[in-house]
Write a protein that binds this ligand. Sequence first.
Ligand code: SIN
Length: 515
Amino acid sequence: MNQKKTDILIIGLGLAGMTAAIIAAKKGKKVTIITKTKELSSGNTPLAQGGIVYKGIEDSPEELKKDILEAGSGHCWEEAVDHLCEHGPGLVKEILIETLKANFDKDGDGYKRVSEGAHSKSRVIYKADQTGKNIHQSGLKYLQSLENVEILTNHIAIDLLTFSHHSTASTDIYKKPACFGAMVLDKNNNSVVAFLASKTILASGGIGQLFLHTTNPKEATGDGIAMAWRAGARCFNLHYVQFHPTALYHPSGRFLISEALRGEGAKLVNAKGREFMQEYHKLGALAPRDIVSRAIHNQMLKEESDCMFLDITEKDKEWIAKRFPTIYKYCLNKGIDISQEPIPVVPAAHYNCGGVGVNLVGKTSLKRLYAVGEVACTGVHGANRLASTSLLECLVWGYFAGKDAIEDKDDADYFPPMHQWEQGNQMIDTAQIAQEWLTIKNTMWNLAGLIRSQEKLHTAMNILRNLQSDVEKTYQKSKLNNNIISLRNGAQTALAIISASTEARQSCGTHYVED
Ligand code: SIN
């Protein structure tokens, strides 16, 4: 079996992984980043439209904290929220603005700011509706200039390496559970390689593709949670899956229509042009996301309508095309001129507030394993995430995980002798894979979506238990490729979300259970 050794292995190339890589590489460590896509631009970071929380005029960490806690429905970990509010704005300046030279739209000497749902201040800075893309490109450019950083595309992690699962030294079972790298499929030549690392940082992103309708890219299949779960790392809050209220409703699929439109005054209306959000919350269309999503869903049921509408036609065409170029062009391509007509919108799976449990520096319950970004659960988001805090969390936890990974020396140089890799050789039936994905997506959407019930969750549990066990059997005998690895992860993570949902004691935030 091929082996490769590095100081820090980072699985995922979004803002969280990039930030950790920059911090570790600047201290001279050898950093290897792997991403499962062929392209360098992958995951949710480049798709982030709205912006990133910075600071508003006459704003304070206390006010940001209050908004995060309120949106989180009383379920946030306060220490983590303090950590984010205390370090976030400083790191936006130090890393994004000064180091990466990322661009944000300017207003005189300062930055333009917008408000979004449940923010009491306009404190979100942005680059048109391409904030994430701009940050991602600046980060890539910077990383590519560092000699000790290796970026490997087309590499998908299969499993994390742990003493208890992969060591042939039988007494390693008595050591504290630890991770010493990952088994990886190099898709360029279909070879399995053991990447040995002193520290491993999971930064593999989200889970949106487990649901029928999502704003997430095709690679968001819950890989990190599945690998951490199998390795025995603690995961929590998995039942808190956030649905974005406004995804474009179009036969070709869903597409994010940023919350920043509502921040700039777009109205949420029904087919007759009537605003309805005041009936649901005093903040109207700028209420927390879970409330707006359910209100849209409810209104659709009440009016027997396929969608609701977001109306920004009060603004000039030129202004719209400049402020929201991505959305404007995308919709125009689909035959919708958003400067002339309201945008048909529906909720779609968007963000996982739960994940692999970590402390303030991104450490998981396994030694030598960190998790950052959407795959992690820092506790900041509680039961429902405040808009535009995800990139900020990537930055703060990426920074502290990168720092801790180079400072913490605990057992970091032990690499046990390993079992030989045994690979199945059966070709996988692609129709079977497609069918199993459809089952996962439909089950999660219909039975574990915006409005849940214990009965629906129990049905989902039965379906997914059987499916996960069948997929695992197929995986064991298959010749590996991206499809079977992603499906195995998707099935595992979907089951973990359903387990967490059935065990949750109360309906709260995004986990909304009807009696
Ligand atoms: C948006 O632009 O509405 C999405 C940003 C976020 O998820 O915070």
